[in-house]
Write a protein that binds this ligand. Structure first.
Ligand code: FES
Length: 89
């Protein structure tokens, strides 16, 4: 009998941030969950001025590893990121 393996729940490693998560941590995020949702669900209270409606950039984060596992940016996200502060190349 062949069984389909259970999908694993992705883990997001949060590096220490003096304001939002001083010790750093790891959180699980089921597929389809945004990074912002995963952080907020785990009491990491990043700013999210438009309440996750993708109308601002206050919730943006810097991804150090695992970028290939993310969904493609949609045009709206890409345009908004052009206006975000603190971006890195
Ligand atoms: S809170 Fe994420 S785009 Fe506005």
């Amino acid at each position: 009998m062949n069984r389909t393996p259970e999908p694993t729940t992705p883990i997001i490693k949060i590096l220490p941030h003096v304001e939002y998560c001083p010790e750093g941590t790891e959180v699980s995020a089921p597929a389809g969950t945004s990074i912002c949702e995963a952080l907020l669900d785990n009491q990491i209270n990043i700013e999210h001025a438009c309440d996750l409606s993708c109308a601002c950039t206050t919730c943006h984060v810097i991804v150090r590893e695992g970028f290939d596992s993310l969904n493609e940016l949609d045009d709206n996200e890409e345009e908004l990121l052009d206006r975000a502060w603190g971006l890195e190349p």
